[in-house]
Design a protein around this ligand. Structure first.
Ligand SMILES: Cc1cc2nc3c(=O)[nH]c(=O)nc-3n(C[C@H](O)[C@H](O)[C@H](O)COP(=O)(O)O)c2cc1C
Length: 186
């Protein structure tokens, strides 16, 4: 409960070296893969973008933005292109949906979302911090193509991982009473 109650996202800009090494990453994945998954479909994939591949991914984002956005917003482009370079390590979690299947697509996507959350929790348990983000690059056909992700699939999240240089101020959470109620069926 202590770990769960201390969970925080640390924005990529505040994630420093070191990132998790290969052995730690394997421990993170081992824990994260214990995810609820209706029908055991494994309807998701994880890609690791590390080291010099971050620059190559950055270049792929620049190319996709130039091809897909006219006129370009230079400030936005610079922010997107800088995204993969901010943290030591980047994960891309995408869907790999089974279609048609009696397990609805929404449930398969939810399993992928749970996987993202598991990765964040496992990373924090291993002493690292992370940030789950999406934005323009998660919806760009050119970016999906560069990653080898089918256009019909979804990028569920980028997860930046590293060591927290700064932990953000606590943010207000919903009051339990505002979101939890008891259904009595009377
Ligand atoms: C699917 C998903 C996509 C998100 N995308 C972004 C994003 O693109 N940019 C961003 O600033 N936060 C994004 N967030 C929110 C952050 O991951 C984070 O939850 C938020 O900053 C609050 O911090 P906390 O997790 O410590 O409460 C996203 C969250 C989810 C679940």
């Amino acid at each position: 409960m202590e770990l769960l109650n201390a969970r925080r996202s640390v924005p990529s800009i505040d994630l420093r070296e070191p990132g998790p090494d290969a052995a730690t990453l394997e421990r993170i994945f081992t824990a994260a893969l214990r995810v609820p998954d209706h029908g055991g479909l494994t309807p998701w994939r994880i890609q690791i973008i590390a080291g010099a591949a971050r620059q190559r991914f950055s270049a792929a984002i620049a190319a996709a933005y130039a091809a897909e956005v006219t006129p370009p917003d230079e400030a936005k482009a610079a922010k997107l292109v800088g995204g993969p370079l901010r943290a030591p390590l980047l994960l891309v979690v995408s869907s790999k949906l089974r279609r048609p299947h009696k397990v609805p697509e929404g449930e398969q996507l939810l399993s992928g979302g749970a996987l993202c959350q598991n990765i964040l929790l496992a990373a924090q348990a291993a002493g690292f911090s992370g940030f789950w983000y999406t934005g323009w690059t998660a919806y760009s056909p050119g970016v999906k193509r560069a990653l080898g992700i089918e256009l019909s699939e979804h990028i569920l999240g980028y997860i930046a991982l590293g060591t927290a240089g700064r932990v953000p101020q606590e943010r207000p959470r919903p009051a339990i009473a505002d979101v939890v109620s008891e259904w009595r069926g009377e």
